[in-house]
Design a protein around this ligand. Structure first.
Ligand code: GLN
Ligand code: ZN
Length: 763
């Protein structure tokens, strides 16, 4: 007997129903009851899809974020949102999204405005959670109502329910202390509430509880390791069986600790930590269940079921009834159902599995283990065919691409001369003033632009009509930029739906789903393109647009590209070769685009690497090897140009301390970064390192509709000049302007250009 279970199911809905319901409610176009009703329906639907499992997750559904749900369960709300007297779900949205006192939303006037909770990435995924806040005054208080309600619903549907909660140590570790309180000092108090919660569930007759402790796959110091022992020795007395779930990586140093916690079971990610499973068999106490996460919960590929069984059968032999099978992690990180993809190429579709299909795979594995492979021989045979065709497909494997990769040399990533030599040649060519001004690439994506694109995609606007519409937008943005007096112009990215999808659509080796949405945060979803094959660039992707833009102005026009690391990190990528290989392939393709732009007379080229930091592995020990190939990929992309061509890169985040050496190794002539909200303090890292090239520290926050003040921007640049010599500073916003309105952008940039003029006059 093998027990099958699931760690979590995507909650956004196969057609993003939850997104649309939430947004309608937030806009005042629907009611709270409608939102709650949809939540109920989605849970029912998702449990029905999981009906074949021995245990289905309950409590994994959240209206906004599962970590925020946990904060509500533990009664840990920031002081600023307490005393709200409306519906609890309204307060929940208030914590998640913030609310202005002027807004028309419920209770805004009586209960006031609040700042949104801080959001950060959930481990190494693209999912963002609301960070729990702690202070010395933090007092936890159980509110099990949400979980109990979902449990009752599940039971009414005859679901074999396994409540899912975040474990106490992970909960503390992923939160933030707002004063000097140590998070661990809160543990004893927190454990009382966890005890109460588990006892409440026991009283409901719950047998198993999944308690997620993914922090076990990161480096833990002795205090945090000790916290695990403390916590689980205390929770041991509760009358439920605990399955401690780890995922996303290897346990490494924490393996012994995890194996020996006094709980009934342990879940391990057998995709990322496969090599740890067999050693764990010897380490686990004889009564413990081992849940093996054999189906990849982070990608969209079919599992090689036959190979998995080859590996699993001896393990099943040893574990007997103590073997559980599951996906590697919650399926939150994959789209819901491949059956919706009727437009996808049939062969490529035959290689894929979304959440629903992954659960089918789990079932096949379990049946094969309990009844023998013969019981599922047709399914195994068709899986074998899919895996074999993918492995040998000429659409995946391109000899020319592989040959080009074999020929990579360090010279390919090397500029002709060092920055100092390049800088003087570029200065002579571009003739820019001190404190040159520029923008990060995109201008507002107006309703007209979106309309033209959807008409074009629907076939109601022909290619010539679409091109004319986009050219008109480009011309408009150039007129505005000239009127503003900016120094280095951009074309405005009107023709781009998305900075990754736009390139993916034009590269060979990419496929696109229609409904492959994955939750990023709250109601926001992304639809990562699917990198399935060796990458090549059949034709130039941006040159015509940029050339057209340059033809309208005598000012330098900045060519605009997305870099290989960012394209990689925002795609579903291949599991049949290392990420680094896919990245190098992308690098060679974008390099050709860079060279074509240069050939077309474009002297400034920006290569965005917004997601470079996101790709950092969970454990610091592995950072350098990632950074090595990521930086080398950028260098291959960028550095084939002549000295006179100025390479820019852009990164929109604000932590450079620990990766500054790699940022410098990219050797871009100019880097623009997000700094406005940090008072330029993050430039300290550049100063300490003696960063040698030019920097454009963002002087205004593009996320806010507020018009930045000229004097404030002057002040920020003066702070910047204390850290970086003025000759190497640029003046620009934090990021692209596509989400803003022209009515906000124009006055903001007018003030920014005026600020640059003031700085020049004072210099
Ligand atoms: N060039 C892109 C833009 O301006 C950069 C966006 C980003 O860094 N996220 O929109
Ligand atoms: Zn940015």
């Amino acid at each position: 007997m093998v027990t099958t279970h699931n760690l979590g199911f995507p909650r956004i809905g196969a057609k993003r129903e939850l997104k649309f319901a939430l947004e309608a409610y937030w806009k005042g176009q629907s009611t709270l009851d409608a939102v709650k009703q949809l939540g109920h329906e989605l849970r029912q639907r998702h449990w029905a899809l999981q009906a074949g499992l021995d245990l289905a997750p309950v409590g994994d559904f959240a209206f906004y974020d599962q970590v925020l749900d946990m904060s509500f369960t533990l009664g840990n709300l920031p002081a600023r949102v307490q005393g709200f007297h409306g519906d609890e779900l309204d307060n929940y949205f208030r914590v998640a999204r913030g609310r202005s006192a002027q807004s028309a939303e419920a209770h805004a006037q009586c209960c006031g405005g609040v700042a949104a909770g801080e959001m950060t990435k959930w481990f190494d995924t693209n999912y963002h959670y609301i960070v729990p806040e702690f202070t010395a005054a933090t007092r936890f208080k159980l509110d099990a109502s949400r979980l109990l309600q979902q449990l009752a619903e599940a039971r009414a549907q005859q679901v074999k329910a396994k409540p899912v909660i975040i474990g106490p140590v992970t909960y503390l570790a992923i939160g933030k202390s707002k004063d000097d309180t140590s998070q661990l000092a809160l543990l004893p108090q927190l454990l009382q509430v966890y005890t109460e919660l588990l006892e409440t569930l026991a009283a409901q007759g719950v047998e198993w509880v999944q308690i997620d402790e993914p922090i076990l796959v990161t480096e833990l110091d002795a205090d945090w390791q000790h916290a695990f022992n403390l916590a689980y020795h205390q929770l041991k007395s509760c009358r439920v069986k605990l399955l401690v779930a780890t995922y996303f990586g290897q346990l490494a140093d924490n393996q012994y600790l995890a194996a020996n916690l006094p709980v009934a079971g342990l879940h391990v990610d057998a995709i990322n930590a496969r090599s740890e499973i067999v050693p764990l068999l010897g380490m686990l106490p004889a009564h413990k269940v081992l849940s093996v996460g054999v189906i990849n919960g982070r990608n969209i590929w079919k599992t090689d079921l036959n190979a998995t069984l080859d590996w699993l059968e001896p393990i099943a032999e040893r574990l007997g009834e103590r073997l559980w099978l599951a996906p590697s992690c919650s399926l939150l990180h994959v789209p819901v159902d491949l059956d919706s993809e009727q437009a996808l190429d049939l062969e490529i579709r035959s290689w894929l599995a979304f959440a629903t299909q992954k659960l089918d795979e789990l079932q096949i594995l379990a049946t094969a283990l309990t009844q023998g492979r013969a019981a599922v021989k047709d399914q195994l045979a068709s899986n074998h065919t899919a895996i074999a065709t993918r492995r040998s497909s000429q659409r995946v494997h391109k000899p020319q691409v592989k040959a080009a990769l074999e020929k990579l040399t360090p010279q390919l990533g090397q500029r002709q001369n060092a920055y100092a030599v390049r800088a003087s040649k570029q200065a002579a060519l571009l003739k820019l003033p001190k404190y040159p001004t520029t923008t990060i690439g995109s201008f507002p994506q107006t309703a007209d632009i979106r309309h033209a694109r959807s008409e074009f995609k629907a076939g109601r606007l022909d290619a010539a009509g679409y091109q004319a519409a986009m050219q008109a937008e480009i011309a408009r943005s150039i007129q505005e930029q000239e009127a503003l007096g900016l120094d280095v112009l951009v074309h405005g990215e009107a023709e781009r739906n998305d900075m990754v999808e736009y390139f993916g659509e034009q590269l060979d080796g990419y496929a696109f789903s229609q409904f492959g949405w994955v939750q990023s945060y709250g109601s926001r979803c992304v639809k990562p393109p699917i990198l399935f094959g060796d990458i090549s660039r059949p034709r130039a992707m941006t040159v015509d647009w940029i050339k057209y833009a340059q033809s309208l102005t005598s000012k330098p026009m900045k060519g605009m590209l997305t870099g290989p690391v960012t394209i990689l990190n925002w795609s579903f990528v291949r599991d049949d070769q290392p990420r680094s290989v896919s990245c190098y392939q992308l690098a060679l393709a974008i390099r050709q685009e860079v060279l074509d732009l240069e050939q077309a007379g474009i002297n400034v080229i920006q290569i965005d690497e917004a997601a470079l930091r996101e790709g950092l592995p969970l454990r610091k020990a592995q950072w350098q090897s990632y950074l090595d190939w990521a930086v080398e990929s950028f260098r291959i992309t960028a550095n084939g140009v002549a000295d006179e061509t100025q390479i820019h890169t852009h990164m929109c985040y604000s932590e450079f301390n620990d990766i500054i050496e790699s940022i410098a190794a990219m050797d871009a002539d100019v880097i623009t970064i997000e700094t406005s909200r940090s008072d330029m303090e993050l430039l300290d890292a550049f100063k300490t390192f003696d960063y040698p090239n030019e920097i454009g520290p963002g002087v205004y926050d593009i996320h806010s509709p507020n018009i930045p003040d000229q004097a404030d921007m002057v002040k920020l640049m003066q702070l910047a000049a204390e850290r970086v010599p003025a000759e190497r500073l640029w003046v620009n916003p934090d990021c692209g302007l596509k989400t803003r309105q022209w009515a906000e952008v124009l006055p903001a940039l007018r003030n920014m250009v005026a600020a640059a003029k003031t700085l020049r006059a004072n210099a």
